[in-house]
Design a protein around this ligand. Structure first.
Ligand code: GLN
Length: 258
């Protein structure tokens, strides 16, 4: 799509709960601050998705808009082509579920997803998963602590061809038993973390940007990078506080690394 890094927000009229639209703004801002040109596109569900963009962002959604989005994307296969062509995709919550083989609607009926990821989402036994989600993900050859907010009524079960995006430190993620969050496949990162996740975790934002652009120059305004890090630390602190009792048990059972 030309010289500028192109970022497409997929169907903001259907998908984008809990501020997921902010992910595009974070990516664009982190490029512009470095003097890198950006093309930002918000494509509504009535319009065709452009091909060949560098990054596609698919947000979370309520049950019915999620079904609608999956139908349209299943027919057009625009995201299938994007993934095969090596575009980066960040898919959050309903976005993650849509990328799988199937998910359930509000009545509990199975709805076909795009089948890009080897996972299936079904109604989660017990209460909805709501709250802070703290995970460890392998990025840039090392483990990063990432933090988000989850709110979903389904759990996601991975098949043998799917690799989880991260290990859950606290919170639920894919299911109450998996201790993992999301799926990673080719250049697709799918996660249950809202936040928006890229505002809370600038390391993840830069991981995606590095994948597209290569080596990234440092952001010249250090105070802005500091603010982003402060927000990350504050949210990690809040997540640890909200899961205090549970974390104590997990530390006792040998949790290492932070
Ligand atoms: N509707 C889905 C669920 O409840 C996704 C929710 C979301 O995207 N926040 O599981």
């Amino acid at each position: 799509m030309g010289e500028a890094v192109s970022i497409v927000t997929v169907f903001p009229d259907l998908l984008g709960t809990y501020g997921d639209g902010g992910n595009a703004k974070v990516l664009a801002a982190r490029l512009k601050l470095r003097g890198i040109a950006v093309t930002e596109l918000e494509v509504r569900s009535s319009d065709p998705l452009p091909q060949g963009a560098d990054i596609y962002l698919v947000g979370g959604g309520e049950d019915s808009p999620q079904v609608e989005a999956s139908k349209i994307l299943g027919k057009s296969r625009a995201l299938h082509r994007a993934v095969e062509a090596g575009s980066y995709v960040l898919a959050v919550c309903a976005g993650l579920q849509i990328f799988g083989e199937y998910f359930v609607d509000a009545e509990g009926n199975e709805v076909p997803g795009l089948g890009i990821l080897d996972c299936r989402s079904v109604k989660m036994p017990g209460a909805r998963a709501v709250g802070e989600l703290l995970v460890r993900a392998e990025l840039n050859g090392g483990e990063e602590l990432l933090v988000g907010y989850e709110n979903h009524g389904s759990s996601t079960h991975l098949g043998p061809d799917a690799r989880p995006f991260s290990k859950v430190v606290a919170g639920i993620g894919n299911s109450r038993t998996a201790k993992a969050d999301g799926v990673r496949y080719k250049n697709v990162i799918a996660t249950y973390m809202h936040g928006p996740v890229l505002a809370r975790n600038s390391e993840l934002a830069d991981f995606i940007l590095r994948g597209v652009f290569g080596d990234l120059p440092t952001i010249p305004d250090r105070s802005l990078s500091r603010l982003a890090r402060q927000l990350h630390q504050e949210r990690v602190g809040a997540a640890m506080k909200s899961h205090k009792g549970n974390l104590r048990n997990r530390v006792a059972s040998g949790l290492k690394g932070w």
